[in-house]
Design a protein around this ligand. Sequence first.
Ligand code: COA
Length: 416
Amino acid sequence: MTKALDDIKIIDFTHVQAGPACTQMLAWFGADVIKVERPGSGDVTRSQLRDIPDVDALYFTQLNGNKRSLTLDTKTAAGKEVLEKLIKVSDVMVENFGPGALDRMGFTWERILELNPKMILASVKGFSDGHHYEDLKVYENVAQCAGGAASTTGFWDGPPTVSAAALGDSNTGMHLAIGILTALRQRDKTGKGQKVACSMQDAVINLCRVKLRDQLRLDRLGYLEEYPQYPHGTFTDVVPRGGNAGGGGQPGWVLKCKGWETDPNAYIYFTIQGHAWGPICDAIGKPEWKTDPLYMTPKARQPHITEIFATIEDWLKDKTKFEAVDILRKFDIPCAPVHSMKEIANDPSLRASGTIVEVDHKARGKYLTVGSPIKFSDMKVEVKPSPLLGEHTDEVLAELGYNSDNIATLHALKAV
Ligand code: COA
């Protein structure tokens, strides 16, 4: 079966998470992604947080499926020559080195364009070009703090908190993938390549736009009625941390279920969507609240929302999170169990949909990974294992026109 991107060749000059997440997705969709790695060591995540000695860590395997690995020392003359050849025959080069690293290597945008005017050069950096922090190196949590996410996450009586979701890393990679596909589409029309950049700070800000909405509302009103601080607490002039509040137009909270005393995830998220108020009252055995003026409207409920959630929690105390959701779903109430990663790993629906998949790695054997979250009706995404370091070096060199003697010389020079 043909894949959408099977005529696209990508030089994957990425490491850690932000860049690899982007190129892995493009590889799932059919692109020939050649991961260029330093001989001997490769991507640092191959050896970070290893669970099996001398075997590529899960950090690496989870982010580099469906790729080929070419080892290349791009600081040697012979290595540079290989990269030049590769640039000439590729469509896209993706990199997420520290600021200026590609230029220092001799591959400025001008040089890349000279080699291939149709090249799309896609970069992740911590901050955008020209930003007063543009020289900084950045990792996930740094980006979450710089992008406004941390100041608005957590509880009001605790410090700024980072999310477990990779808002700075994988999220930026996904933004970059959209940029690359857009640049490819534009190249179809103009015949020209271009630079595509996405900073981690910008990608986080893009996901925090509702918090900017709240800042503007706070500036005008002095309060935010959907936050737990309203109406009994106080607001300053910045968007506060709202704990597990709904954040949109519907109040919501994480509520304890049966077993919460020993199971850290025996909770559900419960949303009081306005039009579901009647069904909620029926579901929790409080039909009288439907016509009680103290509870009938969202505005009337807001001052005692904590007490309402406490009542729902009392109803939940003899139900597991799964039993509770099974009851509430019949009433069309937006809710979900708080899933542990163990439950995610074993969820039959996620296995069936291909969101959680098992693949077979040459050294590690079978391992679980997250497959494509995007499903297509006319393209099957096959998730394949990550490559061993340099597994495809000779194969790629041969495709670039090197004969076996030349390849042996490159090995002897330690350029590959
Ligand atoms: N051959 C030879 N040299 C190579 C090479 C190869 N195949 N691949 C990388 N290098 C060199 C680079 O040229 C660079 O050399 P230089 O600094 O002497 O010019 C060096 O390796 C490492 O570069 P750098 O990316 O700065 O690595 P680092 O480990 O110091 O920093 C990050 C790591 C992630 C903090 C940094 O890359 C960064 O800020 N990236 C942008 C934002 C980002 O993506 N963050 C991570 C998100 S998961």
